[in-house]
Design a protein around this ligand. Structure first.
Ligand code: NI
Ligand code: MN
Length: 226
């Protein structure tokens, strides 16, 4: 599979002709100005929670991908359903098999509401089983002890963890999370988009090095193959 960073906490996963988008927040993000949202292909759009910096571009992407399905909690799927966008509702602890693999909705320690302040259900993360690989996408969260259970359920090949601090855990929390999850390397996300989540790149890299973890910071638009 090919994983492309779309900036902030958004990624594009391409697996055997299926396109999965996570938490699209692209058009308002100056760091993602080179991503042409009209060219994004999507079959599934996975949303971790209702905050604007995770759902902003859902409608724009769906307008170019009429078959795309939102996968999120019941409240978020209902919200987009009222806008005519189809979805598959889940909730924490549930696993669903899709044509591309499986999605387990995980807990996250955060808040969640829609841009208008209305209730968006509980925030979530996702464990994805794709092509015999296990990915863990934490969403917006602090580190929590039950991450150990997530790692025990399926050995994780790659984790996506927020490192920007302030609204989520920072690098120290992410390194603790990596330990609990049992991963040696992880992709950092949710940093540098806004001033409160700007990170000191050198300090962050130093902390990862000291903890003997490989922190992958993908440039926006850059990909890795797994
Ligand atoms: Ni959030
Ligand atoms: Mn956020």
């Amino acid at each position: 599979m090919k994983i492309t960073y779309l900036g902030h906490s958004s990624f594009h996963i391409e697996t055997q002709g299926v396109n999965i988008i996570l938490d699209p927040f692209i058009s308002p993000n100056p760091l993602a100005k080179d991503i042409d949202i009209a060219k994004i292909k999507a079959d599934y759009i996975l949303l971790s929670h209702g905050h604007e910096d995770h759902i902003y571009d859902v409608e724009a992407i769906v307008s170019n991908n009429l078959e795309a399905i939102v996968v999120a909690n019941y409240e978020i799927v209902s919200y987009f359903g009222k806008k005519g966008i189809p979805g598959h509702p889940m909730n924490t602890g549930g696993t669903k098999e899709f044509p591309f693999g499986s999605v387990r909705m995980e807990n996250a320690l955060h808040s969640s509401s829609f841009p208008d302040g209305s209730y968006a259900g509980c925030p979530a993360g996702f464990t994805l089983r794709i092509e015999d690989k296990t990915l863990y996408y934490a969403g917006d969260t602090d580190v929590f002890g039950d991450m150990k259970m997530i790692g025990e359920r399926n050995p994780i090949d790659l984790a996506f963890l927020p490192i920007g601090d302030n609204f989520t855990m920072g690098i120290d929390g992410a390194l603790q999370a990596a330990d609990l999850l049992g991963v040696d390397k992880f992709v950092g996300m949710h940093f540098d988009t806004f001033p409160p989540i700007a990170v000191d790149a050198e300090k962050t890299a130093g902390a990862a090095l000291k903890a003997q973890k490989e922190l992958l910071l993908l440039g926006v638009g850059h990909s890795l193959n797994l």
